[in-house]
Design a protein around this ligand. Structure first.
Ligand SMILES: [Zn+2]
Length: 219
């Protein structure tokens, strides 16, 4: 059984997720968006008070609001860092990204130790998540699906009642719709989605109520 804790960090209201296996406490940090020291403390305190053992640092994609806390996590927990290969230019141009959004930069994130692929096998206890290649919001984005626990981390691909923007570097509207259609709307309707911004939803509810998808008759 996988447990989830969501933090919402920075002025971007970015969702950072901690996922851990209930029995082994093995933990995955997804998209650490902590940029202020009190946010880093909040993350750190939760991890220590729940005696979690951090095993992986993972980015769904490498937009600035999702990578603010990477250097902190990497330094503090010395874990392997996984990110999409096609998003590396976003890490390399971290300074440009900070300039673009007019905010003060935190420490520049490290480059990943490993790239995410659809064949990537990582384990949290006995659970093996499935990595779904879902480009469009960025060229390299992956969603992370946990079939046994019936949920999917959807990054900035699919939100409650919305979809990811495609007007930033490397964005591709057609690719985004294709990703949603072939990789996400094919999941069971009762799959809970945990997006990179905003509240949880389900695949079934998004099929019914998401105005972007309903209008397009995507399925
Ligand atoms: Zn994004």
């Amino acid at each position: 059984m996988i447990k989830i804790k969501k933090f919402t960090f920075s002025s971007f209201a970015e969702n950072t997720y901690l996922l851990w296996d209930e029995s082994s406490k093995e933990t995955m940090i997804i998209d650490p968006g902590c940029s202020a020291s009190y946010e880093e403390k909040e993350l750190e305190n939760f991890i220590s008070s729940n005696k979690l053992s951090v095993k992986y640092l993972i980015n769904t994609h490498c937009h600035i609001d999702h990578i603010f806390g990477c250097s902190f996590v990497k330094e503090k927990y010395k874990v392997p860092y996984y990110a999409p290969k096609k998003d590396i230019p976003l890490i390399e141009h971290f300074d440009k990204q900070t300039e673009f959004v007019e905010i003060e930069a935190t420490a520049k994130p490290p480059l990943p130790d490993n790239f995410i692929t659809e064949d990537l096998k990582l384990k949290l206890g006995e659970t093996e998540p499935v990595f779904l290649f879902t480009p469009g919001h960025t060229p390299g984005e992956y969603c992370i699906y946990f079939p046994d626990d019936k949920f999917c981390i959807t990054g900035d691909v699919l939100f409650q009642n919305s979809i990811g923007r495609t007007d930033l570097w490397g964005g591709d509207y057609d690719a985004l719709l294709q990703s949603i259609k072939t990789k996400l709307l094919t999941l069971p309707d009762d799959t809970i989605i945990y997006p990179g911004h905003g509240d949880e939803s389900t695949i079934g509810d998004e099929k019914k109520y998401n105005p972007f998808l309903v209008e397009l008759n995507l399925w």
